[in-house]
Write a protein that binds this ligand. Structure first.
Ligand code: GEM
Ligand code: ZN
Length: 383
């Protein structure tokens, strides 16, 4: 066996190595976000263990941001960085441990199937030739990356732009929640499928404003929940600033300029093994109209997508007690519109588990594609 080595020098790489002396007891620490105390995301490669059974132990998992996230959780691994599979994992309340016998010289481990910045740029580049898509650079992140807004509509039809419904999809405010950008990719790809009747109707009657990655700096840095300045973007929507939360400042400014009729904010949840939504029932401006719209949206998604459910979730926020620093709440309140946080699991959908891969990128893409149906179901009642 050659010398073992662990590397994190790649997009979203994050782990701290304590000991590599014993392949059966590789000791690691989950690393905190670069400028905050949040810690949960990990992504690293192990080299030199081909054919050798290895056991890895994350000794500080009990101090992570969401320790309940490790209950029933299974880590993901990959030999080719394309195909990720779940491996047997144990959590004793403090230490998260997992192991396998690598089939190749280099094997990757992560908290969830990564979505790299290169893939993000490839997604944007793949859309440049589409006649229904325009791209707008809103400005820079703190590390100097572009904040990119995608605008999708069928401009070659009778409906005047001013009459079209403005549907926003923002994703990955929390960078470790990579499933959110997989969701956005799946939604975009279906919207641009010229043979899909739902997509064709939606592009005729709506303008979609999509930000597939709200937090590119945090994603590349391997952060769970914050941007380069340590800001939790989903607590910045009341008073964002260019100095600490330019990502939110720029997108919110565009929303104020263009308007919002429906907003979806895609996230991942560490604890609950389900796909679910959280609405605006605690907002001061919540009305029977908005409640009826929320129920119609959920009913339509339940009727058409077995991976969606509304039994399990965060529970109702009491009237008037919304935290209006969250995107969904602030947008719903300010624009008096339908506004949802969409949550996908880091674990699996317990109602429809896949033991080989759990919840993963491809299933997130399918869920993103499926959301077009509830959007269609409520389209004519958004205003
Ligand atoms: C969540 S949204 C807030 C959820 N909390 C309750 N109880 N409604 C966040 O930002 O903390 C979204 C996420 O991070 O997935
Ligand atoms: Zn989140």
């Amino acid at each position: 066996m050659t010398q073992l080595h662990i590397s994190t020098e790649f997009d979203s790489g994050a782990i701290e190595v304590l000991s590599l002396a014993d392949p059966q007891d590789i000791q690691l620490h989950i690393r905190r976000d670069n400028a905050s105390d949040f810690a949960q995301w990990f992504h690293f490669s192990l080299q030199g263990a081909c054919g050798v059974p290895v056991r890895l132990r994350l000794l500080n998992a009990g101090q992570s941001a969401y320790p309940k996230g490790w209950e029933g959780y299974r880590a993901v691994a990959s030999h080719d960085r394309q195909h990720w599979f779940r491996i047997d994992t144990e959590f004793d309340g403090q230490v998260l441990s997992f192991g396998l016998t690598p089939e190749s010289q280099c094997v990757y481990f992560a908290y969830f199937e990564p979505y790299s910045y290169e893939r993000h740029l490839d997604l944007l580049a793949s859309l440049t030739g589409c006649r229904h898509v325009t791209q707008e650079r809103l400005g820079s992140t703190l590390d100097g990356r572009d904040m990119t807004l995608l605008v999708l509509t069928d401009a070659h039809n009778a409906m005047p732009l001013a009459q079209k419904k403005k549907v926003w999809l923002i994703a990955r405010q929390h960078p470790g929640e990579a499933m959110a950008e997989w969701f956005a990719e799946g939604c975009l790809q279906r919207l641009l499928d010229g043979a899909d009747p739902v997509a064709r109707v939606l592009l005729t009657q709506c303008v979609f404003y999509v930000v597939p990655n709200m937090n590119p700096d945090g994603a590349v840095r391997g952060n769970l929940r914050t941007n380069a300045a340590g800001a939790n973007l989903n607590r910045e929507w009341a008073t964002p600033s260019l100095e600490s939360s330019p990502e939110v400042f720029l997108v919110r400014q565009k929303m104020l300029q263009l308007g919002v009729d429906l907003c979806l904010d895609a996230h991942g949840d560490e604890g609950l093994p389900y796909n679910f939504v959280a609405g605006c029932e605690g907002n001061p401006g919540y009305t029977p109209r908005l409640e009826a719209l929320e129920n119609s949206f959920k009913s339509a998604w339940l009727a058409t997508c077995p991976d969606f459910q509304s039994t399990h979730g965060y529970g109702r926020t009491p009237a008037g007690e919304s935290n209006l620093t969250l995107a969904t709440k602030w947008v719903g309140q300010h624009f008096d519109c339908l506004s949802f946080t969409i949550e996908m699991p880091f674990k699996d959908n317990a109602d429809l588990p896949d033991l080989r891969v759990g919840w993963n990128g491809e299933r997130s893409k399918k869920l993103g594609a499926s959301v077009l149906l509830p959007i269609l179901a409520v389209l004519n009642r958004l205003r």
